[in-house]
Every structure is written in structure tokens, then in C-alpha cells.
Design a protein around this ligand. Sequence first.
Ligand SMILES: *Cc1c(COP(=O)(O)O)cnc(C)c1O
Ligand SMILES: [Zn+2]
Length: 401
Amino acid sequence: MVTGVMKCLSCGYETPIDQHTILCPKCGGLLEIIIEPPKDFSLSKLKGRGVWRYKDLIPGYYKSIISINEGNTPLIKSANINKQLYFKFEGLNPTGSFKDRGMTVAVSSAVSLNYKTVIAASTGNTAASAAAYAARAGIKSFIVLPKGKVALGKLAQSVLYGAIILEVDGSFDVAMEAVMRLYRDLKIVYPLNSFNPWRLEGQKTIAFEIMEDIGVPENVIVPVGNAGNIYAIWKGFNELLKIGIIDKVPRMIGVQAEGASPIANAIIKGKNEPDFIENPDTVATAIRIGRPVNWQKAMKAIKESKGTAIVVSDSEILEAQKTLARKEGIGAEPASAAALAGYFKAINYGIIDKDEKTVLILTGHSLKDPESMAKADTKRILVNPLHIEKIIVGEINGFNS
Ligand SMILES: *Cc1c(COP(=O)(O)O)cnc(C)c1O
Ligand SMILES: [Zn+2]
């Protein structure tokens, strides 16, 4: 049994780890789960694969585990961009994003606490994941989406898994606020957003897997939206440091899109708090967030790891998405490609040396957002089947352009 405390980021209130607790019982603020490093923990004793391989470091009591074999994603070494670069391809999770790592823990928690209904606000991936895990658990899911702002693949997943879809006029931030208010007023619905710190206990396993694959890299680059994941990954490394398995944590580098960069702006300007953005906008819909609920946690992870933040434009994101596909054969959605755009910028700015071992977290699969993939340029030629040979020979010899 993993022990420790839950500590409020707003008022400092501390209480022993309790699975019923999601927000601060005193002020409603966000809580950090700080585990006591288990004395008998040993890597060689771990069994199985995926998130639950690390159950010795995941607090909570689980009467049943709702799993679809999430985690255990490949860490792919770059073949053509930089030999010191690695891609943690979270797009290969069961629903196509890292959200599944958090969802297996949070939905197992909901079921263990006898909840019959779950809810999540989402830019799309949390919804798809919540819908799938709720379906597997045999419970009802409600998802709250910003109408017209969810990538087609993600929306279609939520439909297929049978979630009840509530669409709001307004941004993700409006949807998120509605879910937080609902949870505070009506405790019969279990919330699956990342203000729920139990979700991050699943997501921290990204760090454990990276460490088991290549040890501790110099840098980990993470696209930042609601800002839970960058903290979760830092938390994972930090726990390994406290246990004594590693002797340093990587620099955590957050990347935000120009039209939705409150945290990156604050870090770059050296401010302690972000200025929130009312109408966030970017092609990277997964990080199209103006009021990141976990901003305190993200800024802590960046500062304590001596990391930084980078802002990238939409055109840099789409260019990086294409480069990743065409140089490495890896299809990631725009938010994930922001990590590569940020890597290129970090090298240009001298923030990262190209000889430093660096891991990019590719948070979601390209199939999530077919419309963004189809924006890439390529030749499409309407052919008479009888002329295919001539056209191909012409292409190979460069006659057609
Ligand atoms: C959720 C998500 C993010 C952002 O993660 P946060 O924890 O909200 O910062 C980035 N990319 C993809 C594909 C996502 O689904
Ligand atoms: Zn508090």
C-alpha cells in the first residue's frame, strides 16, 4: 500500500492520501499527491507491462482494475532528424493518446468507490478515453465538448463508445468550468479531468517507461494544454530520484501554441502567474486552452527541473507534423507535433544542444485529426489508367514538374 499526503497548492492544507479526495476539502484548490518512497521498491521485482507494472508506486485501493492494456508505448529512436532524439509515441495507446494512462487509474478508482457515472470536459482525447474506459467498466459517461472545436477522429470515437455528448457554445475552458462546478455541487458524478490528481498517477508512468528504456535523458519536451501531463512526467522522474534509482531529473520543456500560450508566456517573461487567454486559438486543438487548470503544477515542474517553455506558431506545428511523418514515418496529431517544432526552436535558440539526449512526448496519433493530415501538400494526379506508366516514369525522371 502506497502511503503519503495530499497537499493543497492554494492553501497548503495537508491530509493523508485518501482516494475519496479530489479537490482540497478546505478551499476547493488543486491537490498534489506526494507519496512516501516505498522502502522495498525494486525495478527487478516489477512484473507485466504498461501502467499497472508500476502499481507499487500508484496509491489507492482498487477492487477491480479497468484496463485496456494502456501504456508500454514504444520509445522510437530518430532515424533521420537527430541520433540523440527519441519519440515516446503515446499515439499507440488503446484510444490513441496518453489520456488512457490516467484514465485506467481514475476509472478504476471511480469503480472502486462505487460511482456509476463519470464526466469529463474535453478538447477530444479525454472524451474518447473516458468514453472507452467507462464502457469497459459498464458505467455511464457524460462528456462536455466545445461545439465545433473537436477534431473529427476524437468526436467519432466518443460517439462509437457511446458517451452522452453535451456540447457547449464556447471554448474548452467554459466546458471545464462547468464540470468543476458540477463536481463541487453534485458529488454523485466522478470527474475525469486532470484537476483530479488520481489521473496524473497513471500518467507519471511515462517517466518510468522512459527510464527503463534509456535511463534519464537530458531533456523531455511536452506539449502543454491543461498542463497536467508535464507535471505528471516530472513527478514520475522525481519519485525515482527520491527512491534513489536515478540521480537527476531531466529538464522539462513545455511547448505551447502561439494562440494558447499563457504558461509559456509567463515562464518566458519570468512571471510567477500566467495571464489567462479568453479566446485561445490554434490548429492544435488538444492544446487550445486559455486557462490551464494545472498551471501551478506545470510551473513547478518546469522550475524545479530547471526547464523552460517555448512558443510555436501554427505553421511551425504543421511543418513539424509533416517533417515527423516524412523523415521518421511517424504520424502524430498537431498538438504532439508541437513538441518537435519546439525542439527545433530550442536548438536554434541554444536552449538544447543537439548532442543532448532528448525525448519528445508524442501525445496523440495523427488519425485523431484527419483534416489536419490532409492539409499537408503532396501530388495528387487524376489519371487515365492507361497512362499510369508514363506518369510514373516521368515522375521518377523529374519530367513532370
Ligand atoms: C491532452 C493532450 C495534450 C495536453 O496535455 P495536458 O496534460 O492537458 O497539458 C497534448 N496533446 C494531446 C494529444 C492531448 O490529448
Ligand atoms: Zn486548499
